[in-house]
Design a binder for this molecule. Structure first.
Ligand SMILES: CC(C)(COP(=O)(O)OP(=O)(O)OC[C@H]1O[C@@H](n2cnc3c(N)ncnc32)[C@H](O)[C@@H]1OP(=O)(O)O)[C@@H](O)C(=O)NCCC(=O)NCCS
Length: 185
């Protein structure tokens, strides 16, 4: 997959497949336990290279956004269904780089990979209902709510996890029946 340059306030931003050499920098994108819960609800803070190594055996398309040699964003795919959908997961932009359009570019890039590399019919993403920046980002990208489940955060508080979907192509008949609702962030 070729790195793609970006215009405007995301100038110099490129997306590329992550390697194990990126894991320390990816871990550094997560600032605290609350943020890790938003990005990876099943993760244990602090995020470690060992957790990412394990995650890489379960997920695909580990992708980093890089700017001036610095890893500034991360995302991947999980829960590929035979029906032709998968979830985007672990999506995060470095705290110092937010509100500059990187998150939007990362979502667009993952949608492009979903279409071109994985030929998916639909992409899903799970987001806690109180995560306003992410909810608005996904809504603006064309995702619409399609389900919800209850989760407990590390402090035992009840949290609503919203599932959102963006269809990439018209669904074939019968696909809905195969869609699972795992949503692990
Ligand atoms: C959610 C996140 C990825 C957004 O990244 P970002 O680079 O700041 O987002 P962008 O600058 O591309 O913003 C794109 C859109 O997202 C929404 N958005 C982003 N940050 C927002 C904020 N603080 N408040 C309100 N809306 C926000 C807006 O709709 C924005 O469009 P606009 O600039 O036209 O208003 C980033 O805040 C982040 O990493 N948060 C912590 C981890 C996390 O919650 N990940 C998502 C897990 S589901």
């Amino acid at each position: 997959m070729p790195a793609s340059p970006s215009p405007g306030s995301t100038a110099g931003l490129v997306f590329r497949p992550a390697t194990a050499a990126d894991y320390p920098a990816i871990c550094g994108l997560i600032n605290d336990e609350d943020e890790l819960f938003l990005v990876y609800p099943r993760g244990r803070f602090p995020l470690t290279e060992a957790q990412l190594t394990e995650l890489a055996t379960q997920r695909r398309g580990f992708t980093v956004g890089e700017r001036r040699g610095e890893v500034v964003a991360f995302a991947n795919f999980y829960d590929f269904s035979p029906a032709g959908h998968a979830f985007i997961g672990n999506l995060v932009v470095a705290a110092t780089q937010r509100r500059r359009g990187l998150g939007r570019r990362l979502v667009e890039h993952m949608l492009e990979r979903a279409r071109e590399d994985y030929r998916l019919a639909a992409v899903r993403i799970s987001v806690f209902a109180d995560n306003t920046p992410a909810l608005l980002l996904y809504g603006a990208a064309g995702f619409v709510p399609c389900g919800m489940e209850e989760r407990r955060d590390p402090r035992g508080r009840r949290r609503a996890l919203l599932h959102m979907e963006k269809r990439l192509t018209p669904p074939a008949e019968g696909r809905e029946a195969d869609i699972e609702m795992d949503g692990q962030g």
